[in-house]
Design a protein around this ligand. Structure first.
Ligand code: SF4
Length: 214
């Protein structure tokens, strides 16, 4: 099956499995979403949602975040991974946002903020401003490879490949659907291709074998 046909069929299945794509990270506005996405690196959304109510009760604006000490921020988010670096970045980012006039849908500006890379900026663009973006994390990268949708060795090229395969207007929901699918179906270690609704017909078995052997 050609890549484009595979993508079409996978897209249809994902639309059926996940017709709704609620944003997994709790937030109130673009700023709090940006903070939550930053915090989500190397940890789970669930964990982030556990710490943000307390964090946002002290700092739901850049001004309030900027007035807190790095130590206080770190203590508030200590349950999540990389807390010392994230606390420093949150404080620095708050200062940059005060100077730059707050969060706005500007790729260059968002990616220039402390601790914000292309993936984080993509989530904010897609989920706060409804601007087509395809945030690719390691899970999406891995699934795209398993399903034979991309042979890329890095997330940048996977993003480019996936954007070519699915229409722009589907990107914002598609990336979330793949995340939901991975969470529901992909166990950490085992792949039962026969019982998996997508890998059972789409998987490149060679790739999965390689991963299992690694
Ligand atoms: S076979 Fe394994 S890797 Fe492939 S989609 Fe199913 S659960 Fe995920």
């Amino acid at each position: 099956m050609k890549r484009i046909e595979k993508a079409y069929k996978i897209g249809q299945m994902l639309d059926k499995f996940y017709p709704e794509t609620p944003v997994p990270l709790d937030h109130r506005d673009p700023y709090t979403l940006l903070v939550a996405v930053m915090l989500s690196a190397q940890t789970t959304d669930k964990k982030v949602n556990e710490v943000t109510p307390d964090l946002f009760s002290h700092a739901d604006t850049p001004e309030k975040m900027s007035s807190l000490s790095v130590e206080f921020i770190q203590k508030t988010i200590k349950e999540i991974g990389l807390a010392p670096t994230k606390a420093k970045n949150l404080k620095k980012m708050a200062g940059q946002l005060i100077e730059g006039g707050g969060v706005r849908p500007d790729w260059k500006y968002l990616e220039s903020l402390a601790g914000v890379g292309h993936k984080t900026a993509s989530v904010v663009m897609a989920q706060s401003y409804d601007i087509p973006a395809f945030p690719v994390d390691t899970h999406i990268h891995r699934l795209a490879a398993r399903w034979g949708l991309s042979k890329a060795n890095n997330v940048e090229v996977t993003e480019r490949d996936l954007k070519r395969l699915w229409p722009k207007e589907t990107w914002n929901s598609r990336h979330l659907q793949i995340i939901f699918f991975g969470r529901e179906y992909c166990p950490a270690r085992s792949h039962n291709l026969n019982t998996c609704p997508i890998c059972s017909w789409a998987a490149t078995k060679k790739r999965i074998k390689q991963e299992m052997g690694s």
